[in-house]
Design a protein around this ligand. Structure first.
Ligand SMILES: CC(C)(COP(=O)(O)OP(=O)(O)OC[C@H]1O[C@@H](n2cnc3c(N)ncnc32)[C@H](O)[C@@H]1OP(=O)(O)O)[C@@H](O)C(=O)NCCC(=O)NCCS
Length: 189
């Protein structure tokens, strides 16, 4: 069997529940302004571990190093979401940890693009791809307790809620309780 990591990171294509096309691809230099706007948004900073001092240099580091690094290390993949015009509307990481059959996800939608169904479609596409092409058995979603938008995205993507992980997330020097949900191989129909 060929190893998927021996090939370039693929481009994934899907469609939102409103019929809008969505492309998941590696970021390029043209995405930098969108990444910067998304990563300095107050809701992003509230619910994710994006650095508080995010700036243009960090956006370039994301494009040149962080995003391609997951695939280069054979530990999953980071994608940006592009709408039908090719514009940046968000980003999603699928990260494989110590167990090669288990990955977790991290995501954010650009503030101007929220509520269009982009992330629920992207999460489903990345999850199915990870199971079918990377051989994953389980994809985990975690969010701080109270992140209702993220939880709804996971539910819409077909994830099953499993409970609360007490002190389950590190957040800017503190521990936070986390919701956890999963999508497993057997959920593919
Ligand atoms: C959470 C987030 C990713 C949602 O992205 P999105 O692209 O707007 O999500 P979708 O458009 O696919 O919405 C999916 C569902 O969630 C619902 N939803 C989205 N944001 C919501 C919110 N803040 N509260 C309640 N429901 C919300 C939508 O209404 C939709 O449900 P519906 O189809 O039944 O109406 C986005 O708000 C975001 O980036 N937040 C800041 C970063 C973050 O929290 N990341 C996740 C960390 S775990």
């Amino acid at each position: 069997m060929t190893d998927p990591y021996d090939r370039p990171q693929p481009v994934l294509r899907t469609t939102t529940d409103r019929g809008e096309p969505l492309t998941l691809r590696l970021p390029d230099a043209g995405d930098a302004p969108g990444i910067l706007a998304a990563c300095t948004d107050p809701e992003t900073l509230r619910w994710t571990t994006v650095p508080l001092d995010y700036d243009h240099e960090r956006a370039l580091g994301f494009i040149d190093e962080y995003a391609p690094g997951w695939w280069q290390r054979r530990q999953g993949a980071a994608f940006v979401l592009a709408d039908g015009d090719g514009g940046y509307v968000g980003q999603i990481d699928l990260r494989v940890g110590g167990d090669p059959e288990v990955a977790d996800v991290g995501f954010l939608t650009a503030p101007h693009a929220r509520g269009h169904g982009y992330m629920s479609a992207a999460l489903r596409a990345v999850t199915e791809w990870g199971i079918r092409e990377l051989g994953l058995s389980r994809v985990e979603w975690k969010a701080h307790v109270g992140n209702e938008g993220s939880r709804r995205v996971a539910e819409k993507a077909g994830f099953t809620y499993e409970g609360v992980l007490r002190n389950g997330c590190a957040h800017r020097g503190e521990r936070r309780d986390a919701w956890i949900a999963s999508f497993v191989r057997e959920d593919l129909s």
